[in-house]
Write a protein that binds this ligand. Structure first.
Ligand SMILES: Nc1ncnc2c1ncn2[C@@H]1O[C@H](COP(=O)(O)OP(=O)(O)OP(=O)(O)O)[C@@H](O)[C@H]1O
Ligand SMILES: [Mg+2]
Length: 234
C-alpha cells in the first residue's frame, strides 16, 4: 500500500488480515501502534458507485467511532483518515482477543453450565454497551462477536467495539431491532448453547435503553418471525 503521509521513522505497514471489504495493516502512527484499515475497490461495482460507497463507509465508521467515545463506549481512537487511499488510521487495541475467540476458548475448556456462568458477566457488559449505543441512536449495522474485542484479562470485561462501516444514526425501533437480530443470529450460529448468553445481553440492554427498549424488543420479535417465515418458505 502507498503511505506517503508519514515519515521514514514509522514501522512499515504489515498486512494483518484481509476481510471482505478491507485490508488491515499493523503499523505505527507517530510512534504509537496503529491499525490501518484500507477499503479496497470492488471490481463488480460500477467505479463511481464503488467510490461513493467506500467514502460513505469510511465516514460512517469514523463518525460512529467518535460518537461512541463521546458516550463513554470504548472504541479505538481515530488518528487519521486518508480518503485518497480509503484508509482509516486508528489506535491498535493491544493485547486483545475477539469476543468470538474468548467464547470459543471458554466453551472448549468448560462444561455447558460452567461456560454459561463464566460468560454471564460478559453478556451483562455487552448488553450495557448496546443499550447505551441505541439510547444514543447509534446503530452498529454489523454486530457480531468478531466485532467486539476484549482487551487484557477477559475477567476485567474491557470490551472495545469495532467495525462501524455499516453504522448509521437512527431513532427507529426497526433499525435497532434488526441490529439486535443480526447479533442474535451471529451468536447462535457461531457459538452453540448460547441462548442464555443472548438472553443476558437482552435483559441488560433493556435496563440501559429505558426510553425505547420495549419498542425495540417488539421489533426484534417481529423480525424474528419474518426470519422464521423466510426459512420455512425457503
Ligand atoms: N483497532 C484494532 N485493534 C486491534 N485489532 C483490530 C482493530 N481493528 C480491527 N482489528 C482486528 O481485525 C479484525 C477485522 O477488523 P474489522 O472487523 O474492522 O474489519 P472487517 O473488514 O470487517 O473484517 P471482517 O470481515 O473479518 O469483519 C478484527 O476482528 C480484529 O481482530
Ligand atoms: Mg469485522
Amino acid at each position: 500500500m502507498e503511505d506517503e503521509s508519514r515519515n521514514s521513522t514509522e514501522t512499515m505497514p504489515v498486512l494483518m488480515k484481509q476481510g471482505a471489504e478491507a485490508k488491515l495493516y499493523k503499523s505505527t502512527f507517530y510512534g504509537k501502534p496503529c491499525i490501518i484499515k484500507e477499503r479496497f475497490t470492488k471490481c463488480y461495482r460500477h467505479p463511481s458507485l464503488d467510490k461513493s460507497l467506500t467514502a460513505h463507509r469510511i465516514k460512517s465508521e469514523v463518525r460512529a467511532l467518535l460518537r461512541c467515545r463521546m458516550n463513554g463506549i470504548c472504541t479505538p481512537t481515530v488518528y487519521f483518515t486518508n480518503m485518497e487511499n480509503s484508509s482509516i488510521y486508528m489506535e491498535e487495541i493491544e493485547d486483545a482477543q475477539t469476543v468470538r475467540e474468548y467464547i470459543q476458548h471458554v466453551q472448549a475448556k468448560e462444561s455447558n453450565d460452567t461456560a454459561n456462568n463464566i460468560l454471564k458477566p460478559l453478556g451483562v457488559k455487552v448488553g450495557e454497551i448496546l443499550g447505551i449505543m441505541h439510547s444514543n441512536n447509534i446503530v452498529h449495522g454489523d454486530l457480531t462477536t468478531s466485532n467486539m474485542l476484549l482487551r487484557g484479562n477477559p475477567v476485567e470485561l474491557d470490551v472495545v467495539i469495532i467495525d462501524f462501516g455499516l453504522s448509521h444514526f437512527e431513532n427507529f425501533a426497526e433499525e435497532k431491532g434488526v441490529d439486535l437480530y443480526v447479533l442474535e443470529r451471529a451468536i447462535l450460529s457461531t457459538h452453540p448453547n448460547t441462548e442464555d448468553f443472548f438472553q443476558t445481553i437482552l435483559e441488560t440492554y433493556k435496563k440501559y435503553n429505558l426510553k425505547s427498549s420495549a419498542e425495540v424488543v417488539a421489533k426484534l420479535d417481529e423480525v424474528r418471525l419474518r426470519g422464521r417465515k423466510r426459512t420455512m418458505v425457503g
